[in-house]
Design a protein around this ligand. Structure first.
Ligand code: ADP
Ligand code: MG
Length: 584
């Protein structure tokens, strides 16, 4: 650990370049600033305790390099920092803090006490401030490190208090801040105590998977897939020094809102809509509508390619090459997911639990088999992963169709035991990928009508048809406006194949309307068309058809889920069978 660097006042020129604004909006912003200071001080252990949502008490202590006793009061002066000195430094900030604003801003709205000792100092020292002014200081016996106690936050700013939410809501925000730093810094041991109750703890082992277990719980952590740092594949982009690593929730693991996508740029937790969207897009077709992924994305760039000085709370950054970063994230996330899309595993306990003896009566829940993490889950130390877009056929074992159950599921045998394949979901997957690969529907996939057929659309359908006209065209639809709300259908995709064209088109539009969670137009059309066209449950299949279905499924990129993200198959492993029959 380097010893403490001296704190200096920034020159007026540098101060003038700093993005000004409110640093301390709520208790969580205090925690964020204090934790960032501890990380900048090279701490390996950071303990956070809060009382009543942080309004009564916030205490952050660390074992970092501390502050020299003589510098303690200077730390509370505005624009005094040990982290940069020249304007040039502002172009390549490598620390989380750099403005010398946080401590004075906190001291202006709370009572603060800071005690610190650098490892080479014989003793520590403390300062106590009220309303921004030092009211007491002295020596303090303490281990090396720094401890900051903030009391009565906004005690003299009743107007500010009114804008805060309930203490438990504020405590939840604090937990979010600590969680994110714990994920970004797995080598640091974090703990959070809320109103005396330990609420979060990470071991500081250096493995992100361990930090994720502390933050999200063991069960979630076990089903996280690792994105290891890229190799040659991404060297092709012209962003030198860009790396993307992290952890991804396997698709069955999803959340009802998008706050579980955590982005870090050079280990700074940031918000960025486009990059969050890049992650969500990569999950398209793997999660059901309204569900969002869990992801921890660790982006590293040369400091000169990132401008961190654009937002007062430093939660937004400007990237010089956001487009490339977007592309790399999307490809890498997609690559990991397509290699790992899991087969739900029908465990022996679920099997027994349902009390069913025959496959036909099966109503048991599919339990998802946790995907295995590679031995090292560390963001930076995982083995290189194979390049995405690997031979798709290998993602599914070769399956042999045995028969059909309830005219809905195909029973199949594979090297790993028994599989039940949902015929509709499987066919949807096959057709979805086929439709999506059409650029312009070839003549044989497009059915021109001898007589144009009129259809009448609702205003909503009309708006939709206009909005995605191009994607419809690509799939072989030709719809021509014809008066108020009417359209003339001149051609349809051959796959639509029904005698009553008007009815088929309306039914298709119905499905299309419902797929409103799919933002990509081509995907939306392809999903709806696949759903419209796929064989239904209840349709008898002969052995040849079943074989063909499995063969085509094997050739898809993501054979294990339908385009809506539901499983296409469940699995009863050979092991589970042996256990059930007490063969072992
Ligand atoms: P900044 O982090 O932008 O420099 P702050 O107001 O947050 O500004 O902190 C001012 C200075 O106080 C820092 O530059 C650093 O030298 C010192 N400091 C604050 N917290 C700690 C800590 N936990 N450990 C060591 N030094 C600290
Ligand atoms: Mg700071």
């Amino acid at each position: 650990m380097s010893s403490s660097a001296s704190i200096r006042r920034l020159s007026p020129q540098v101060v003038g370049k700093i993005a000004a604004g409110e640093v301390v909006e709520r208790p969580a912003s205090v925690v964020k600033e204090l934790v960032e200071n501890s990380l900048d001080a090279g701490a390996r252990r950071i303990d956070v305790a809060v009382g009543r949502g942080g309004l009564d008490l916030i205490r952050v202590s660390d074992d970092g390099h501390g502050i020299d006793a003589a510098d303690l009061p200077l730390a509370f002066e505005r624009y005094a920092t040990s982290k940069l000195s020249t304007e040039g430094d502002l172009e390549r900030v490598a620390t989380l803090g750099f403005r010398g604003e946080a401590l004075p801003s906190i001291a202006a709205v709370a009572e603060v006490e800071m005690a610190s000792r650098s490892p080479d100092a014989a003793a520590g020292a403390f300062v106590r401030l009220e309303e921004g002014a030092v009211i007491n200081s002295g020596g303090e016996g303490m281990p090396a490190g720094t401890s900051v106690v903030v009391r009565r936050l906004f005690g003299r700013q009743p107007a500010r208090l009114k804008f805060l939410r309930s203490p438990s809501a504020e405590a939840a925000q604090i937990a979010t801040v600590v969680s994110h730093y714990a994920l970004a810094y797995p080598e640091v041991r974090f703990s959070l105590t809320v109103d005396g109750r330990p609420t979060l703890h990470t071991p500081g082992s250096g493995r992100v998977a361990d930090a994720a277990a502390g933050v999200y719980g063991q069960r979630v952590a076990e089903s996280l897939l690792s994105i290891s740092p890229e190799e040659a594949a991404d060297a092709a982009t012209n962003t030198d020094g860009l790396s993307v690593a992290g952890l991804l929730g396997a698709p069955p693991l999803s959340r009802a809102n998008r706050s579980y996508v955590s982005l870090f740029v050079n280990r700074r937790w940031i918000r960025n809509r486009p990059l969050t969207f890049a992650v969500e897009e990569a999950y398209r077709g793997l999660l059901t509508a309204g569900r969002f992924p869990i992801a921890v994305i660790d982006i590293r760039l040369p400091p000169g390619d990132v401008d961190v000085n654009v937002h007062p709370a430093k939660t937004e950054v400007r990237l010089r090459s956001e487009r490339e970063v977007f592309g790399v994230i999307q490809r890498r996330v997609r690559g990991v997911l397509s290699r790992h899309s899991p087969v739900p595993d029908l465990s022996a306990s679920a099997w027994t639990g349902s009390g069913v003896g025959t496959v036909a009566g099966m109503v048991v829940e599919a339990k998802v088999q946790p995907a295995l993490l590679p031995p090292s889950g560390a963001l930076s130390a995982s083995p290189p992963a194979p390049v995405e877009g690997m031979a798709a056929a290998r993602q599914l074992p070769v399956l042999r169709a045995l028969g059909q159950v309830g005219t809905t599921y195909v029973v199949a045998e594979g090297p790993e035991g028994l599989y039940l394949v949902d015929q509709h979901a499987a066919h949807e997957r096959i057709l979805f990928e086929r439709f999506l690969s059409h650029r312009d529907a070839a003549a044989e996939e497009r059915q021109a009508l001898l007589e144009p057929v009129p259809v009448e659309l609702t205003p909503r359908q009309q708006a939709l048809v206009q909005e995605i006209a191009e994607a419809l065209e690509e799939q072989g639809f030709s719809l021509e406006p014809f008066g108020e709300r009417a359209y003339l259908v001149r051609a349809v995709p051959a796959a639509l194949g029904e005698k009553d064209v008007a009815q088929a088109v309306l039914r298709f539009l119905d499905l299309l309307e419902r797929e409103d969670a799919v933002s990509d137009r081509r995907q939306r059309v392809a999903i709806s068309l696949a759903c419209h066209t796929a064989i239904r449950a209840g349709q008898p299949l002969n052995p040849e058809e079943m074989r063909e279905l499995l063969r085509q499924l094997e050739e898809t990129q993501m054979p294990r889920t339908c385009p809506h993200g539901r499983p296409t198959m469940i699995h009863l492993s050979a092991d589970a069978l042996a256990r059930e029959f007490r063969r072992r």
